[in-house]
Design a protein around this ligand. Structure first.
Ligand SMILES: CC(C)(COP(=O)(O)OP(=O)(O)OC[C@H]1O[C@@H](n2cnc3c(N)ncnc32)[C@H](O)[C@@H]1OP(=O)(O)O)[C@@H](O)C(=O)NCCC(=O)NCCS
Length: 136
């Protein structure tokens, strides 16, 4: 997360301050994927309910800097799409920071479009993030 602080709503400091109990609860609250190459973890993504029984969301999406540009993000995103579809959701949502063009292009390649909704990345940060969505 430290290598891509620009991409996330939370901060490394805030996440580091979580207790082990909070981490364990967070891990099981959503379906989490870890991408592996040569026995090493090189990426992750999570999928779970997004506030209604019809829509799921993708969060915690990250690929190791040395593994970027090789399709790991595609594989992780496809896994979240399939999981949400099989769970019966109609729609998959995510938020992406306005300056994160690589991630936006990846999502667009997979059929995500901006919904028009925006929010600030975090209080005190002028940047906004866009909500993106695709039907399942
Ligand atoms: C966004 C991210 C998940 C994409 O994963 P990926 O496996 O690199 O995805 P792709 O292989 O499809 O490559 C995505 C783009 O990065 C480019 N790229 C290639 N090598 C790269 C490298 N070494 N570093 C960064 N980007 C690279 C690719 O050419 C592609 O470019 P495009 O914008 O023309 O499509 C990954 O870059 C990442 O973890 N970024 C930091 C965290 C983040 O932004 N998470 C998403 C939050 S919404």
């Amino acid at each position: 997360m430290k290598d891509a602080a620009y991409a996330f709503g939370s901060t490394w400091e805030r996440e580091r301050g979580r207790t082990e109990e909070e981490w364990r609860a967070a891990v099981v609250s959503r379906t989490r994927f870890v991408a592996e190459a040569d026995g090493q973890a090189v990426g992750m993504a999570s999928v779970g309910e997004a506030g209604s029984s019809r829509a799921a969301s993708v969060t915690s999406f990250w690929v190791h800097p040395q593994a970027r540009g090789k399709g790991v993000g595609d594989a992780l995103l496809l896994a979240t799409v399939e999981t949400a579809r099989e769970a019966g959701y109609d729609e998959l949502l995510l938020w992406v920071v306005e300056t994160n063009e690589h991630a936006q292009r990846l999502y667009e390649r997979h059929g995500f479009k901006r919904t028009g909704a925006t929010q600030h990345v975090r209080p005190g940060d002028a940047r906004v993030e866009y909500e993106m969505s695709r039907k399942l």
